[in-house]
Ligand binder design. Structure first.
Ligand SMILES: N[C@@H](CCC(=O)N[C@@H](CS)C(=O)NCC(=O)O)C(=O)O
Length: 198
């Protein structure tokens, strides 16, 4: 499978998930002009222009973090909590990442007005508070093992310091733990990124 990404973008969640599951993958980086590293127009691959895109073995392109992460989990039977509701809890958490958390960060990425950023800051503080409560004393959001929601949350936390967004204590500890995970260390290195400062 081929994962199209920008270094440090939300596509790192899919990258970490691929490493965690052991599924074979190759990376193709996109530049800011939306050209692939092998010189193609990325819009011919994903007309919406967003990363990630995942190219499957038969050439089919899958887009959207939620779908790609769920697909990776489904293909590998990994990164899903056990139990009857495990996969639905993972989707529930993933949906929260893709909508409330990712959407909350968008005004900062797009450098929107101070008013929009203030509103987003308040909404994110509340959302991170919910996640902090959910994390509790567990190592990962949904329990003792990493699920597809955790790499997405890791990506969000990667950007909070840059945007001056406060992060509650248990989420900060989660971020530190994730930074020590071999899959995260490898993903950062493969994207040419330095490990975040603690
Ligand atoms: N709805 C998409 C959004 C993905 C997204 O926002 N990707 C950002 C990087 S984190 C992007 O490609 N931005 C490029 C742009 O805005 O032109 C998804 O969930 O996969």
């Amino acid at each position: 499978m081929l994962l199209y990404l920008y270094p440090g973008a939300c596509s790192i969640a899919d990258h970490i998930a691929l490493i965690e599951t052991g599924l074979p993958y190759k990376l193709i980086a996109i530049d800011r002009d939306k050209r692939t590293q092998d010189g193609r127009d990325y819009l011919t691959i994903n007309p919406r222009g967003f990363v990630p895109s995942l190219q499957l073995e038969d050439g089919t392109i899958l887009t959207e973090n939620l779908a790609i992460l769920a697909y990776i989990a489904d293909r590998s039977s990994a990164l899903l909590p056990e139990g009857e509701l495990g996969r639905w809890r993972a989707l529930e958490a993933l949906s929260y990442m893709a909508t409330t958390i990712h959407g909350g960060l968008t005004p900062f990425f797009k450098n929107k007005s101070d008013m929009e950023k203030d509103e987003a800051r308040k909404a994110l503080a509340k959302a991170f508070g919910f996640l902090d409560d959910q994390m509790g004393a567990q190592p990962f959001l949904l329990g003792q093992a990493m699920s597809i929601a955790d790499p997405y949350l890791f990506w969000a936390l990667l950007w909070t310091a840059q945007f001056g967004l406060p992060v509650p204590e248990r989420l900060r500890a989660f971020f530190d733990r994730m930074n020590r995970e071999p899959s995260v260390i490898r993903a950062l290195a493969e994207e040419g990124l330095s490990p975040p400062k603690g």
